[in-house]
Design a binder for this molecule. Structure first.
Ligand SMILES: [Zn+2]
Ligand SMILES: [Zn+2]
Length: 359
């Protein structure tokens, strides 16, 4: 009878242990993916030229890429909806990185994470067995086990529901789990693709969202004239919006009143002039550029100081995309808005290099 009881206990424990191991698969996977995602985000922040600095550095990188690709639509998104372009750019960078480094960086992290979790689970099972006071009190064992794992896995009260346990002998459990846990199959095969990995993560755990959160938590207010993005951070904002470099306001569709001529002027030189502008399309009273803050709330909070340095980059952009800009705004660079001949001498390479000097 004792032998029979022993066998029964061993069998029940084996079934129970196996069930527990299978129920842990999903939580292990989630936890490992989440940890891998965080590590990948950190890895990219030290290895990837585009995302290893602050937003200004990323902006410079994006401007280089935009010039290399010569893609007008992307320029328009950059000017009119920069946050969207930055996010798309970061998502693409992450997805490329994950595909490129999948076998050398992602998969090893996942495998290593699984082994680490398995060790911690066995330790927790050991500890739970030690803590159970009443012989074979499985309820109590499960409580201790769950508690021991609370820092390692996210286990809900429901994780182990439906696991029945008659005649379970706690003394067998650790051995059973040591045997069964490595048998649980995880998606670490070659068929496990990049998309699976990113898609299995909760939205805010994704490496791209971690990087977006890190890099995009800045002021996104744009210059009312040229749409340059304020470069201050949220934490240290205080006072006016500002940006080191403004651009030709024709890029944003500004034109001379009562004409269809786009402007090639730059905010920083205009604020030193005697020219004036209409703050809103429907306005009939013009405001002097020198007193641009009187133009209304969106002008009042900007600090634009006179400066005559100009980035060859934006001159090249205006020349390269003259026709596209003219079509987009249904206006032309003519009359007072004629593009100066010397702007046309800049090559794409010179344009890109000029970014290095100024960012
Ligand atoms: Zn501006
Ligand atoms: Zn700002």
């Amino acid at each position: 009878i004792i032998f029979q009881k022993y066998c029964q206990g061993a069998t029940s424990s084996a079934i129970f242990g196996e069930l527990i191991c299978n129920k842990l698969k999903e939580p292990i996977q989630q936890s490992v993916y989440k940890k891998t995602a965080r590590e990948l985000a950190n890895e990219m922040r030290s290895n990837c030229e585009s995302v290893n600095g602050n937003r200004s550095k990323l902006e410079k990188h994006i401007l280089k890429v935009l010039a290399e690709r010569e893609n007008f639509d992307m320029y328009m998104t950059y000017i009119h909806n920069p946050r969207k372009l930055f996010k798309t750019f970061i998502r693409d960078e992450v997805s490329n990185y994950v595909s490129e480094k999948f076998n050398v960086s992602v998969l090893p992290k996942i495998k290593e994470g699984i082994i680490l979790h398995q060790q911690k689970i066995i330790e927790a099972a050991h500890e739970a067995s030690r803590l159970v006071k009443v012989k074979n009190d499985v309820d109590s064992w499960l409580k201790h086990f769950t508690h021991q794992l609370s820092d390692v896995l996210i286990l809900s009260g429901k994780t182990f529901t439906g696991v029945s346990y008659n005649d379970v002998d706690i003394n067998f459990l650790v051995d059973v789990m040591r045997r069964e846990l490595p048998a649980v199959k995880f998606d670490t095969s070659r068929t496990f693709r990049v998309v699976n990995f990113l898609d299995k993560l909760d939205y805010r755990d994704r490496p791209d969202e971690i990087l977006i959160d890190h890099l995009c938590r800045c002021c996104w207010v744009q210059c009312p004239f040229c749409k340059a993005i304020c470069t201050k951070t949220i934490e240290n904002h205080g006072g006016d919006h500002s940006v080191p470099f403004h651009r030709n306001i024709g890029l944003n569709g500004w034109h001379f009143s009562e004409t269809k001529h786009l402007s090639v002027d730059i905010c920083t030189s205009e604020v030193a002039s005697n020219h004036s502008f209409y703050p809103n399309v429907s306005d009939t009273i013009a405001v002097l550029w020198r007193e641009y803050r009187k133009g209304g709330p969106k002008y009042a909070n900007w600090s634009i100081t006179p400066d005559f340095s100009e980035l060859p980059y934006w001159k090249w952009v205006v020349c390269r995309f003259q026709k596209d800009l003219e079509n987009k705004y249904n206006k032309t660079f003519q009359g007072s808005g004629k593009i100066p001949d010397e702007w046309r001498k800049y090559t794409k390479q010179e344009a890109i290099e000029s970014l290095n000097k100024h960012y």
